[in-house]
Design a protein around this ligand. Structure first.
Ligand code: SF4
Ligand code: SF4
Length: 215
């Protein structure tokens, strides 16, 4: 059961336990932490969902809008000259052998992107909360449980809302201002290690660890 999540955890494992999403959000997709292609059987094929759900900084393409260079049935109109962000990107489904065909983004309607300490789940805004359906929800919970051990947080971004998937619950962080800081931190409790998530508005000082809240 945990084999699937375990392998994902290994692929994305990082040393640091604290994550500052604001720093991650500013990073162009070229800096996405990718892992070597390990499953040559997987191909993008008809899928182009990353051309819709990802922000492409070089093109000033916003998240959740089709790239103007994409045409249905034709694909990328500038493929040989596509920006570095596009050239560098491999979604986690492509690189993670344990993710089955149901996780292909054109089927799941979700693009998994690995960043340091973070597994982002970019949801197609045209889909109706697919991350809440099975088998995806159970898989995401497993990934969250493994991620808690390895210091990898799971964050769903669905039509602008940010939802942290935790092993025992989910936290709707809502619409987060671009200037806000979101941080994940693992703290040890009587029940074992748990994620603490907090959002700090622009200009607001961060509370110390003892003030951390998972509201
Ligand atoms: S989302 Fe993944 S499978 Fe789909 S086109 Fe992008 S890289 Fe390929
Ligand atoms: S430039 Fe091409 S590969 Fe990049 S997002 Fe646009 S259509 Fe997709």
């Amino acid at each position: 059961m945990d084999g699937k999540a375990a392998q994902i955890g290994v692929a994305l494992r990082c040393r640091w336990r604290r994550i500052d999403l604001s720093a991650v959000a500013e990073r162009p997709e070229t800096e996405i932490e990718t892992v070597p292609m390990t499953d040559s059987q997987k191909q993008c094929g008809e899928c182009s969902l990353c051309c819709k759900v990802l922000r492409i900084p070089e093109l000033e393409k916003p998240k959740d809008h089709w790239c103007p260079n994409f045409a249905a049935g034709m694909g990328c109109g500038i493929y040989p000259d596509r920006p570095p962000s596009c050239q560098a990107f491999n979604c986690v489904w492509l690189t993670e052998p344990s993710l089955g065909p149901e996780w292909k983004p054109s089927i799941s309607k979700m693009v998994l992107a690995g960043k340091p300490n973070l597994l982002m789940v970019h949801v197609d805004p045209g889909a109706n909360r697919p991350w809440r359906t099975e088998p995806y929800y159970t898989d995401l919970k497993r990934m969250a449980a493994q991620g808690q051990k390895n210091g990898v947080a799971v964050l769903v971004v669905d039509r602008g809302r940010n939802i942290a998937i935790l092993p025992d619950r989910e936290m709707d962080l809502g619409y987060i201002d671009a200037q806000a800081r979101v941080s994940f931190e693992i703290v040890n409790t009587a029940k074992g290690p748990e994620w603490r998530v907090r959002v700090t508005a622009a200009g607001e000082s961060e509370p110390g660890p003892q003030g951390a809240s998972d509201r």
